[in-house]
Ligand binder design. Structure first.
Ligand code: CA
Length: 467
């Protein structure tokens, strides 16, 4: 049964790829003005752990293709140093605090508050009126209650899981679904969902998600599509197969070796996806964004954020500045670096602009269209100011130009990122006025945020929840 499902998918992939190859001309003949839109999101991948940011230890030739055939963002940020809020900002194009999504939500599937508020417009919902077919493959983490799931929030297709992480080995996925979890941690072992139906898998999870992504593209190659390929690797648990581990026998530290294998498995998947776009002659009509949802979780998965300070969970650069690249063949330059700060918020800003999608006036985007900046039509910085916070840890930060002001509880710090990307030299006493100005900007921004609307991750005790 399991094998049959997988082989069927493989056969479909092969046959449609053959179609793309043999009838490539036909694919280009389909006049479709609306471009396809792809986001490839990794989870807890370090700033330095891609070839395009200098990694020699972990080759990522396919992630590098996106940067080399498009733009590498050297100052690419997400909006929060942990998964849930970062994803809420990315998918709405708005600072997630504007709608109270300020922390990682409890994954209690019986909690009707813990999720992306349905009145917010996410990318799939913004694109739906234009006729886009939208799919999310992989991690959702924007609410586990049925009212928050992808299929009721604009996505035509969902293949993945709703919690914040997941086990990678098919044989471990023995929990029927998240509602039947009766022990903390078992939400990592639920069966996967295809829309609302539980399904079996037989591949290593990252490979399975990659196969689904290839299949999604070939099935939708003639209609405009939005694909959110949301890998959970290289988030814990640290699990990889021999196929990938044997590429890294030179790495002595076991956890780092597994991490490298997990990154490599994603890279293979990215390669398969890019090859599919190529064979279907979709490169010039497909935007591809690649980024991680927050900085590397150094102490948990052995990621490297070099040369940045800090890691997942804090608002030093290592928590919020991520590997970030964007390719749109023929429409933006290839092989360049863009050094002004950009944000995951700009993904919807760009997608909405290039599709002429309508944004509700009551919920304006914080993100902008990056295309004119990349094409040199605009030479100023897309974001004069960017903000971050970590509610619960009482930390927040603001960046204006190269100056970054940070508050960690009662302590404050000021850094010049141009001279000191590693945030080692606190300039606070030398620049008191600048610090005050930045603090005021941050206070004004914070006053626009809504209080947290749900309980945090870790508050759900499944063993005491009535089923
Ligand atoms: Ca994450």
């Amino acid at each position: 049964m399991i094998q049959l499902a997988s082989h069927v998918v493989m056969r479909i992939n092969l046959s449609v790829l053959s179609i793309c190859l043999s009838l490539g001309v036909l694919a280009t003949e389909v006049e479709e003005k609306l471009p396809n839109l792809i986001i490839i999101l990794t989870d807890d991948q370090g700033y330095h752990d891609v070839g395009f940011n200098g990694s020699k230890e972990i080759p990522t030739p396919n992630m590098d293709r996106i940067a080399h055939e498009g733009v590498r963002f050297t100052n690419g940020y997400v909006t929060n140093p942990v998964c849930g809020p970062s994803r809420a900002g990315l998918i709405t194009g708005r600072y997630q605090g504007r709608f109270g999504f300020r922390i990682n939500p409890t994954i209690n599937p019986f909690d009707e508050n813990a999720g992306l508020p349905v009145e917010e417009d996410n990318i799939a919902e913004v694109l739906a009126p234009l006729g886009y077919h939208s799919g999310i493959i992989g991690k959702w983490h924007l609410g586990t209650h049925p009212k928050f799931r992808p299929n009721v929030q604009g996505f035509d297709e969902f293949f993945g899981f709703v919690s914040g992480g997941h086990d990678y080995f098919p044989e471990n996925l023995t929990v029927p679904d998240i509602e039947s979890v009766d022990r903390a941690g078992d939400w990592y072992r639920t069966k996967l969902l295809r829309n609302e139906e539980r399904v079996e898998i037989d591949e290593y999870l990252t490979d399975e998600l990659s196969s689904e992504a290839v299949d999604f593209v070939v099935r939708n190659r003639k209609n405009p599509f939005f694909l959110f390929l949301s890998y959970n690797a290289p988030h814990t648990p640290m699990q990889a197969t021999e196929k990938y581990l044997k590429r890294f026998t030179h790495i002595k530290d076991e956890r780092r070796r597994i991490y490298a294998a997990m990154v490599s498995s994603i890279d293979d998947g990215v390669g398969r996806l890019l090859d599919t776009l190529d064979k279907c002659k979709l490169n010039e009509k497909t935007l591809v964004f690649f980024l991680s949802d927050n900085g590397g979780a150094v102490t948990k998965n052995s990621a490297s954020n070099y040369p940045l300070r800090g890691y997942k969970g804090n608002i030093y650069e290592g928590g919020i500045r991520v590997p970030f690249a964007f390719r749109w063949t023929g429409a933006i330059p290839s092989g360049i670096d863009y050094d002004f700060p950009v944000s995951s918020l700009d993904i919807l800003g760009t997608m909405a602009a290039v599709t002429d999608a309508k944004i509700h006036p009551d919920r304006p985007l914080d993100g902008v269209n990056l295309i004119p900046y990349l094409n040199g039509k605009k030479s100023n910085a897309p974001h004069p100011v960017l903000f971050w916070e970590r509610v619960g840890r009482q930390t927040a930060a603001v960046r204006k130009g190269d100056s970054k002001w940070i508050r960690i509880e009662n302590q404050t710090e000021l850094y010049d990122l141009n001279d000191d990307v590693g945030e080692q030299y606190n300039l606070l006493t030398e620049h008191k006025l600048k610090s005050e100005n930045l603090e005021n900007l941050l206070e004004n921004w914070s006053s626009e945020m809504k209080p947290p609307i749900f309980d945090p991750l870790g508050t759900w005790n499944p063993s005491t929840t009535p089923k």
